[in-house]
Design a protein around this ligand. Structure first.
Ligand code: AGP
Length: 608
């Protein structure tokens, strides 16, 4: 995830910025940079790679600055490279900007700015902002930033400096965190508290849509409608480890709670209100998609479960047959592929060896390849014809959570995109799905607000030997994911099964008190899964339901029930997986397991 640090004060800026950026390293990044105000001009230093690379080009003796901004970049628009790394500058090199977030309307703004003579040097959305500030600059940096931000759609935390107005640093935020740090020697701006903790514990939280003008000896916050806001600092008592986890006990829990914004960021700029999907890096036009007669999906683990939902969506909406396989099987079987086949490879890391091998195999047979990944510039992006990005930000916990829900969101978009090209479903259908998707982040928030209920369940179920998860339709991949999550972090034996298959064998596992968790979603298989729950109950199982149907029939049948908000069929997979992530998390904690680094597992599996 990108990180921002800025400073204005009496001390030398460069070491302070580097130290702050170092504190943000744990979040992952691919390049870094600084912009320093020195004797009436800006010096910008940027490097691909880690901070050591940046430090190699820093000559501390020559960089005598008291105002500067720094950034660690996690690529979203444009590959990881020196020219795409922040800070970005305007044409004159007198304005420098660092930015976290996504500018949705950057294409149109960029075209407009190019038409009026601005020259761009990177592929990023952020550079647009530097030129927009330039276009509005009249000697007052704050006014210029304010005007520029009025043109921006999307999310941002920004810090801006100018050699033309060197007594201030301007920062602002919308849907992306930003804080000030008040130190003896001056004032810091940062995207996250860990960046400041070595310098100060006096923190001012900047709220959404606020802009702040920071000088050496004070700061002035204004709201979106230009009202002056008085806000004092708070004292943070976190140690560095707690600060890195944002006050959560573990990265996994932090990442579970980041899911509303991960989904929001994945939808942002890729889906408009009319249900039109825009993928910047897909590179497959209507004709190529019309030509496809079969789709293959390959992935591993949690990514495979996201793929199972995509299969249901594509077949239902686009009426194209989809085969899905785990990558390690696909690479050694003889799938019937041709140049009319499309392979969708899903991998949050972009580095999974089996999935990469699957791609190569499909390519040999002439298939077109779309990669769905969370990491810009990862191996898979170089091997695929087109890429769909999830924008979940880096995930540190080994158990995939926010990357998984972002995959489902991105795959729903991809399914909509294919369906639109392929069979011309009417516009109102896509509008309805778009409307429903846009409400998913707040519904996830609502579910997270009821985490205490799941915590109580964990106390009851943490010492079982077996745990069964059952589902039908989209509930089936969710059940698979619930079982995988529980296995990987709590080491309890768990099975995820299609509910209708239970009677063909696994039902023999059920006896008194074995928990059977059913994903019971309204729709054409609702009554069927209710019958399957009944079958499990009559064999002594403890029945738990995750359901969007709060009715007496379910209540009478279950020992525990968690009601999720209603949604469209496909995105209800996102809503129903959240309680399962929480359940695994709380059970694992009850059992004293290390949830962030479970035994025998790695975040990215780069070997066969
Ligand atoms: C998920 O919690 C697991 N850590 C694992 O199943 C993971 O999803 C799998 O290894 C695939 O990884 P990828 O998405 O990076 O390809």
């Amino acid at each position: 995830m990108c990180g921002i640090v800025g400073y204005i004060g009496k001390e030398k800026t460069t070491p302070l910025l580097l130290q702050g950026l170092k504190r943000l390293e744990y979040r992952g990044y691919d390049s870094a940079g600084l912009a320093l105000s020195i004797n009436g001009s800006l010096t910008v230093l940027r490097q691909k790679g880690n901070l050591d690379q940046l430090e190699k080009i820093v000559d501390h003796d020559k960089l005598d600055s008291r105002l500067g901004i720094g950034h660690t970049r996690w690529a979203t628009h444009g590959e990881p490279s020196k020219r795409n790394s922040h800070p970005h500058t305007d044409c004159s090199g007198k304005i420098a900007v660092v930015h976290n977030g996504i500018i949705e309307n950057w294409h149109e703004l960029r075209d407009e700015l190019i038409d009026s003579g601005h020259e761009f040097t990177s592929e990023t959305d952020t550079e647009t902002l530097a030129h927009l500030v330039e276009a509005n600059f009249n000697g007052d940096l704050k006014e210029a930033v304010k005007k520029a931000l009025r043109r921006i759609k999307g999310s941002y935390a920004i810090a801006v400096i100018s050699s033309e107005d060197p007594s201030k640093l301007i920062a602002a935020r919308k849907d992306s965190p930003l804080v000030l740090g008040i130190a003896e020697s001056g004032i810091f701006v940062a995207s996250d508290i860990p960046a400041l903790i070595d310098q100060t514990r006096k923190i001012v939280i900047i709220e959404d849509e606020e802009l702040v003008e920071v000088a050496q000896d004070g700061y002035q916050i204004t709201s979106g409608d230009d009202v002056l806001i008085k806000r004092d600092s708070i004292e943070v008592k976190w140690d560095i480890e707690a600060a890195e986890k944002g006050g959560f006990a573990d990265f996994m829990l932090k990442e579970i709670y980041e899911q509303p914004s991960a989904i929001q960021d994945t939808l942002r700029g890729q889906l408009d209100e009319d249900g039109k999907v825009n993928f910047d890096d897909l590179l497959l036009d209507k004709e190529k998609i019309e030509d496809i007669d079969k789709i293959f999906i390959v992935a591993c683990g949690t990514s495979l479960h996201a793929g199972m939902i995509a299969k249901l969506a594509i077949e239902k909406w686009a009426h194209i047959s989809v085969e899905i396989d785990c990558s390690s099987e696909f690479r050694y079987r003889e799938p019937v592929l041709s140049d009319k086949s499309l392979l969708i490879a899903i991998t949050q890391s972009g580095e999974t060896a089996d999935t990469l091998a699957g791609i190569r195999k499909a390519k040999e047979k002439g298939a077109k390849i779309i990669a769905v990944t969370n990491v810009v510039g990862s191996s898979i992006t170089r091997e695929a014809d087109g890429v769909v990005y999830t924008h979940a930000g880096p995930e540190i916990g080994v158990a995939a959570t926010k990357t998984h829900v972002s995959q489902i969101a991105a795959l729903i978009l991809l399914s909509m995109f294919i369906a639109r090209q392929k069979n011309g479903l009417d516009d109102s259908f896509f509008q309805k799905i778009a409307e429903s998707l846009s409400k998913v982040p707040e519904k996830v928030d609502e579910i997270l607000g009821k985490a205490e209920t799941i915590k109580e369940w964990a106390k009851k179920y943490h010492d079982v030997y077996d745990f069964l998860f059952i589902g039908r339709g989209v509930g089936y991949p969710v059940a698979m994911e619930g079982a995988l999550k529980l296995k990987e972090i709590s080491y309890i034996h768990a099975e995820g099964y299609p509910a209708g298959e239970m009677k063909h064998g696994p039902i023999a596992l059920i006896n008194d008190g074995v928990p059977v968790l059913a994903i019971a979603l309204k729709g054409k298989v609702f009554e069927k899964i209710v019958s399957n729950m009944q079958e499990a109950k009559s064999r002594g199982g403890s029945i738990i339901a995750i359901t969007d149907s709060d009715d007496n029939q379910i209540r009478a049948l279950t020992d525990d029930v968690f009601v999720i908000p209603e949604s469209d069929e496909m995105s209800s997979a996102i809503l129903s997986v959240i309680p399962l992530q929480l359940l695994s998390y709380f059970i694992a904690k009850e059992r004293g397991c290390n949830v962030d680094q479970p035994r025998n597992l790695a975040k990215s599996v780069t070997v066969e």
